[in-house]
Every structure is written in structure tokens, then in C-alpha cells.
Ligand binder design. Structure first.
Ligand code: ATP
Ligand code: MG
Length: 160
């Protein structure tokens, strides 16, 4: 269904803001204007829930998590950045594979199954977007994903 992504993203973040520890700061860089986009809200919420839980899970005390939305001509880019342990370069693409976890001992301690980002990738691709990670070890990680705007515009035009 159609949602105003800016408003929707704020609501998702609000839910985490209520329960997060005081040691972690949230910074939101989200456009004030409405960005209308057609998404499966439950599925994208699942994607964001996992990305944000990961950011919190791997953040150090006093860490900052930054939420961004950038609107381009035909897509939006959503990102979540943390100041956590980071992901080694060799593992950057693999974290989107099922059950892949970077540090097995640490991951076991922090809980989870290693499915979150694999599911996120499936959902984003089903929406016509892409997902990737950028990271510097011991500096932090950013997870980006795109969602296309006005997905069916071309078809509508030529069908007239
Ligand atoms: P689940 O999401 O199923 O609860 P999980 O969080 O371990 O388990 P994913 O969300 O798929 O699984 O993430 C895969 C792995 O990628 C994690 O185990 C972790 O090693 C690494 N990872 C994901 N996000 C971050 C992050 N923000 N910082 C550092 N490492 C990360
Ligand atoms: Mg996860």
C-alpha cells in the first residue's frame, strides 16, 4: 500500500527510541516533506526491525545511530549507521547469506540465528530495490537499501 515514507520511518524509529538504553543516541536525517511510496509495510518493517536491532546490538556504550533517507529521481536510499565493531571487508557481502555470522562466539553470545539480513535482502529485492553494507572495522557499519519510486509509471504511460 501507499505510505508517506518519512512519517512511516519516524514511527518505526520511535518504537525503538522508547525501549533503547540511554547510552545510545539516535540521530534522524529524514526529509520533512512527504515521500509517497508503495511498499508492503509489514515486510519493510521486518527489514528495518532487523537492521535497527543489529545496529543496537553491535553498538558500544555511548554509540550514535544515524537514520537517513535520501530522495533521488527514481528511488529513495534508506540507511542506518552505527559506531560499532564493524564488519571485516571479506565478510561484507556474506552477511546477507543465510545463517552467516561474522564472529561465531560473539554472535552466539548476542543471540539470533543469522537470518535477519538474508530475509531483509529477499524483501528488498522483491520490492525492486538493492541492499548493501559499508563498514570500517572498529569504526562502524552502515546498511543501505533502496526502494524504487513510482514503480509502474512506465507501464501506465504506454498502456494508455
Ligand atoms: P538474527 O538477525 O537472525 O537475529 P543476526 O543478527 O546474527 O541474527 P543478521 O542480522 O543476518 O543475523 O546479521 C548477520 C551477521 O552480520 C551478524 O551475525 C553479525 O556478525 C553481522 N552484522 C550485522 N549487522 C551488523 C552491524 N550493524 N555491526 C556489526 N556486525 C553486524
Ligand atoms: Mg539480525
Amino acid at each position: 500500500s501507499w505510505v508517506n515514507f518519512s512519517e512511516y520511518f519516524h514511527k518505526v524509529i520511535d518504537r525503538f527510541e522508547l525501549t533503547k538504553s540511554e547510552n545510545i543516541t539516535f540521530v534522524r536525517k529524514i526529509p520533512k516533506e512527504a515521500i509517497f511510496i508503495e511498499i508492503d509495510e509489514d515486510k519493510i518493517t521486518q527489514v528495518l526491525d532487523n537492521i535497527i536491532s543489529n545496529a543496537i546490538k553491535y553498538s558500544p556504550q555511548g554509540g550514535k545511530i544515524t537514520f537517513r533517507v535520501r530522495e533521488l529521481a527514481d528511488e529513495i536510499i534508506v540507511s542506518v549507521s552505527d559506531e560499532g565493531v564493524g564488519i571485516p571487508k571479506a565478510d561484507l557481502a556474506k552477511v546477507f547469506e543465510r545463517f552467516y555470522r561474522v564472529d561465531k562466539a560473539r554472535s552466539r553470545k548476542l543471540g539470533g540465528t543469522g537470518l535477519g539480513l538474508a530475509i531483509a535482502k529477499e524483501v528488498v529485492i522483491a520490492h525492486g530495490g538493492t541492499i548493501w553494507a559499508e563498514s570500517k572495522e572498529h569504526k562502524g557499519t552502515t546498511i543501505f537499501f533502496t526502494l524504487p519510486l513510482e514503480r509502474d509509471q512506465k507501464d501506465d504511460w504506454y498502456d494508455v
